[in-house]
Design a binder for this molecule. Structure first.
Ligand code: CAA
Length: 293
């Protein structure tokens, strides 16, 4: 099947990045948000990223114009019905995702392939809301989407092998390196990353080291681009808590259990960089200061 037109549902941090890489790869891209303001906010973010690429000489003005010309923001879900592939990047809540895909299933032709960018729910439980589980995969991107090279391509026991190969090829066309992952909670990356991040919080709770010293240790001792607390603030503490709860529910293992400090911080509204506070205070964003926890 030739993929020409791609639909992206959700134009937040992940959805806007996904829409950007689809348009950059040459696909006609329709991106849907629930309000005109959110569409505008998402498209503005993409515009800013493309402008930065022009400034750095990675794109010409003409190429930027072509990419923007392939992108269309919409609010009505009906606008997605002509798409060959639909990538969902909405709120990480099962009922919302199932409701969306049930509607899309009724709207879209039989050939349309559905994909979810969920990081922690199983693809099987989302796909079960449709009559096409054989044309359903996970396409899990990483933040920031335009920069991170990986895409996890997730198959369920119901995914058609031909559809799966097409989606691996689609991931490569987006300029990403696809890896094959089965539909186990957290796939490959979060299965390993989430216990590491939660253990960093437990180490802090137990007084093993300070926020800055633990971050510095993992950056300079292991060559990680960000220490665990900088990464937690970047991913979002609310998102991490939510993912850990889903994974704990799935595996019932302590390594996925949320440490009390994480719960307290989320209750206090300290969601990380996006809320101005997390393990660091971002009052001066260029110079984050560790919080006194
Ligand atoms: N959007 C677009 N481009 C961005 C960007 C963004 N949000 N942030 C940074 N960049 C670009 C910069 O423009 C720069 O580009 P050039 O090299 O072409 O100049 C490049 O990325 C490097 O940026 P910086 O020099 O400013 O900073 P850096 O070297 O520290 O890189 C980083 C920033 C890529 C985010 C790096 O710190 C990193 O790799 N961090 C780890 C990120 C990570 O682990 N992500 C996965 C999170 S988990 C997840 O997403 C999945 C989940 O399910 C929870």
């Amino acid at each position: 099947m030739a993929i020409r037109k791609v639909g992206v549902v959700g134009c937040g941090l992940m959805g806007s990045g996904i829409a950007q890489v689809c348009a950059q790869a040459g696909f006609q891209t329709v991106v849907r948000e629930i309000s005109g303001e959110l569409v505008e906010k998402g498209l503005k973010g993409i515009e800013k990223n493309l402008d930065r690429m022009v400034e750095k000489g990675a794109l010409t003005e003409a190429e930027k114009g072509e990419i923007s010309g392939r992108l269309r923001g919409v609010t009505a879900v009906e606008e997605l019905k002509g798409c060959d592939v639909i990538l969902e990047a909405i709120i990480e809540q099962l009922p919302a995702k199932r409701e969306l895909f049930a509607v899309l299933d009724g709207l879209c032709p039989a050939h349309t392939i559905f994909a979810s960018n969920t990081s922690s729910l199983t693809i099987t439980e989302i796909a079960a809301a449709t009559k096409r589980p054989q044309r359903f995969v996970g396409l899990h991107f990483f933040n920031p989407v335009p920069v991170m090279k990986l895409i996890e391509v997730v198959r369920t026991i119901a995914t058609d092998p031909g559809v799966y190969e097409e989606m691996l090829a689609f991931g490569a066309k987006l300029g990403k390196t696809p890896v094959r992952a089965n539909d186990g909670g957290g796939f490959i990356v979060n299965r390993l990353l989430v216990p590491y991040l939660l253990d960093a919080i437990r180490a802090l709770e137990e007084g093993v080291g300070s926020v800055v010293d633990i971050d510095t240790s993992m950056k300079l001792g292991c060559g990680y681009p960000m220490g665990p607390f900088t990464l937690l603030d970047f991913v979002g503490l609310d998102t991490t808590l939510y993912i850990s709860q889903i994974m704990f529910d799935e595996f019932k293992e302590k390594r996925f259990a949320a440490p009390p400090l994480l719960k307290r911080m989320v209750l206090a509204g300290w969601h990380g960089k996006k809320s101005g506070r997390g393990f660091y205070d971002y009052a001066d964003p260029a110079n984050p200061k560790p919080m006194n926890l």
